[in-house]
Ligand binder design. Structure first.
Ligand code: DC
Length: 226
């Protein structure tokens, strides 16, 4: 694949964006960027430093001392500490939307996200990729599924990774994050006007990936190598 392309996949919590984005990136042999992992790493760091995630002023002070790196194979480093697993824990999930609502945290991370998309073809997933981070993305997908479907999927995923939780906790977390993410002032979760809506409630992972690949081919001419 020669042409440089940028694919934005946005949508609410646990809609399966990262699963689909990873497989699409693999099929096209391009880089996958999980922007949620960056907000999660920031949250992990605040918790490590015993900073209250609802205290914006104290959280902003961390910007000068935090270094977040996304490595191949979805490894996430925070100040050289491998936090790949820890950032998926419920204690991080329940606080991350507060951190993600702070404009200066967003500007700090968005700057890095844009730099990552400058050089290479990327599939980037998040909440504001099509609306704010990469407004000129070649393809924009807004991926949704019902709250119940999303909660069951995330619950199954957590259990398979050994993360202790109940279905009720997950459903509450998903609802609460959707609310905070879509009601914040700066770059809230919303579908870009030129995005394609993909409802995966009744689709398998393979069907969702196929649909996204078809949309990409139609818009850019780029398709997986046979
Ligand atoms: O995709 P995720 O669940 O790992 O994202 C974690 C949180 O980070 C999510 O609740 C909202 C926030 N987020 C964001 O505000 N903007 C992004 N581009 C990605 C994630």
């Amino acid at each position: 694949m020669e042409r440089k392309i940028t694919i934005a996949i946005d949508g609410p919590a646990a809609a399966g964006k990262s699963t689909v984005a990873k497989l699409v990136a693999k099929a096209l042999n391009i880089t996958y960027i999980d922007t949620g992992a960056m907000y999660r790493a920031f949250t992990w760091y605040a918790l490590e430093k015993n900073v209250d995630c609802k205290d914006e002023k104290s959280c902003l002070k961390l910007i000068d001392e935090i270094h977040i790196e996304l490595r191949p194979n979805n490894i996430v480093l925070c100040n050289n500490h491998d936090v790949t697993k820890e950032i998926r824990q419920p204690r991080v999930s329940s606080q991350v939307s507060y951190i993600a609502s702070y404009k200066d945290v967003r500007l700090f991370l968005v700057d890095q996200q844009r730099k990552m998309a400058e050089k290479h073809s990327v599939v980037m997933d998040g909440r504001d990729i099509g609306t704010y981070v990469l407004p000129n993305a070649d393809v924009k997908i807004f991926q949704i599924a019902s709250v119940e479907t999303r909660a069951v999927r995330r619950y199954d995923e957590n259990i398979s990774k050994g993360i202790q939780c109940t279905l009720e906790e997950i459903e509450n977390d998903v609802r609460s994050r959707d609310y905070i993410d879509s009601h914040r002032d700066f770059a809230p979760l919303k579908a870009a006007g030129d995005s394609v809506l993909l409802d995966t409630s009744y689709l398998t992972i393979e069907e969702s990936v196929d649909k996204v690949l078809q949309i990409i081919e139609k818009k850019t001419g780029v398709k997986p190598n046979e």
